[in-house]
Design a protein around this ligand. Structure first.
Ligand SMILES: C[S@@+](CC[C@H](N)C(=O)[O-])C[C@H]1O[C@@H](n2cnc3c(N)ncnc32)[C@H](O)[C@@H]1O
Length: 451
């Protein structure tokens, strides 16, 4: 098989990022945006010893699950990857992906017991992050990065972003252009505005605007604040965030609050949460409530338990379950998130919670040694890379009767479950569609200590 050759192939499966899979004489070919069951004409783009990558030229036989994408930028944007399928099929695909990934890691068939889809899977994202920059013609542009690139695609209307946040971002971009606030140029590393980041709460009643800038001095700052706060009464805070490094990371570590208190509040499962801009907060609040409710159901707490909430962010899961907990201990590495968590414990009138800043793998063994506490239940919700091996070893030593493992990456979930299986058996596994239309999936599993 050679580059630029054209073939007609049957799509025999979909891979874990939703891509179609075909085979010619045992050579595996990845065909983005093709669906299992389709017959398509492809052009080979890249050949490696094990896999070929191809582009779909024409659909000769269509899957019954193919739908109209209803998005102008879908072909270029890297945000969604399953918009060409009907929603139910995306859920089926995610379920199969999790089952296959866990089977590979654990060496036996694993069943996803429960599925939590979203009723209206549109405009769910509560965090918009739009880069601004220059296009090839030297014009200022705002939108999203094209897949695997730093080319900005102008995004007029995104199906998954909050609509109010999109409107505010457009207005900021318009103001910036009219008032001569310079746009950052990645090549020369000059210009002021790099990203517009907007967080909204579930009701859209509170909005946080973060302007990621290459220098703190911004011309027409006062006018910009007046313009935004008069136009949108729900903007509760505006923050400048300094990022003057040549990096892909969006936010820097230094903030200057230029309007309001530097945070917004949201309500999840009846508890109130203060969220500041450097803290992690789940991006889909509707599905977050379902995920947390499932985790709390799996934990089956009675009010007598000591619960550890590891990788706790601003303390959301632990605080949502705190009414049924005797003592809650949260651990998280971002200091600002722990500040939020402590404040969140206060505003929810909790006197049974403590929050510690640091890495779970370092803090947890020390804490156990010092306090001699033994948790009855541990909630873990690590980032995509999963838990550090030493953190898992500490859990195996501690032997909590129950572990609830929440994960946004089935591959690292499988790897970590395999380690925990030394002493634990897997109870139920649920998947929650937190990132509708993208290939990402959130899992929640309960593990019981073996006798
Ligand atoms: C997927 S988020 C979950 C946060 C929270 N449980 C929630 O639902 O909002 C993972 C969190 O782990 C934190 N984190 C990453 N590595 C960590 C580590 N080694 N120790 C403690 N926290 C860590 C991140 O800052 C982030 O807040």
């Amino acid at each position: 098989m050679k580059k630029n050759e054209e073939y007609i192939v049957d799509i025999i499966d979909n891979g874990f990022q939703g891509e179609g899979i075909a085979k010619i004489e045992n050579q595996v070919i990845f065909v983005p945006k093709a669906i299992k069951g389709e017959k398509v004409k492809i052009k080979i783009l890249k050949v490696t010893s094990r896999i070929c990558y191809a582009k779909m030229l024409e659909i000769l036989e269509k899957s019954e699950h193919r739908t109209d994408e209803k998005c102008d930028t879908y072909s270029q944007c890297g945000g969604c990857s399953l918009r060409h399928m009907d929603y139910d099929y995306t859920i089926q695909l995610k379920k199969e992906t999790v089952q296959n990934t866990l089977k590979k890691a654990l060496g036996r068939a694993i069943k996803v017991d429960e599925v939590l889809p979203m009723d209206k899977p549109y405009h769910y994202r509560n965090k918009l992050q739009y880069p601004v920059g220059k296009n090839e013609a030297g014009e200022s542009v705002m939108g999203v990065f094209a897949e695997r690139s730093h080319r900005i695609i102008t995004t007029a209307k995104c199906m998954i972003q909050n609509e109010l946040a999109q409107e505010i971002a457009q207005d900021i971009f318009g103001f910036v252009q009219k008032n001569g606030i310079s746009i950052y140029n990645e090549k020369t590393q000059t210009g002021i505005l790099r990203h517009i980041v907007i967080r909204t709460n579930k009701e859209n009643s509170e909005v946080m605007v973060t302007l990621v800038v290459n220098q703190f001095k911004v011309p027409k700052q006062k006018e910009l604040i007046d313009f935004l706060t008069k136009r949108y009464v729900n903007i509760k805070t505006i923050i400048k965030n300094l990022n003057n490094r040549n990096t892909n990371v969006i936010l820097g570590t230094q903030n200057e609050i230029i309007f309001g208190e530097g945070y917004i509040t949201d309500i999840l499962l009846g508890k109130k949460f203060q969220i500041s801009n450097l803290s992690f907060y789940q991006v889909n609040p509707v599905q977050t409530e379902k995920l947390y409710a499932k985790a709390i159901e799996y934990a089956n707490l009675t009010g007598k338990e000591t619960v550890f909430d590891l990788y706790c962010g601003i303390g959301t899961i632990g605080i949502c379950s705190a009414d049924k907990v005797k003592h809650l201990v949260g651990i998280e590495t971002i200091p600002e998130a722990i500040q939020d968590a402590r404040e969140n414990a206060k505003i929810n009138h909790l006197e049974n919670a403590e929050f510690l800043v640091g890495e779970v793998e370092n803090i947890l063994p020390d804490y156990i040694q010092k306090t001699k506490q033994k948790p009855d239940c541990v909630l873990i919700d690590p980032p995509r890379k999963g838990c550090a091996r030493t953190a898992l070893e500490t859990l195996l030593e501690m032997e909590p009767p129950k572990i609830i493992y929440i994960s946004c990456n089935p591959a690292t979930l499988g790897r970590d479950l395999q380690i925990l299986e030394e002493k634990y058996e897997i109870g139920k596994i649920a998947i929650c569609d937190m990132f509708c239309w993208s290939w990402h999936v959130e899992c929640c599993s309960v593990l019981y200590l073996k006798n």
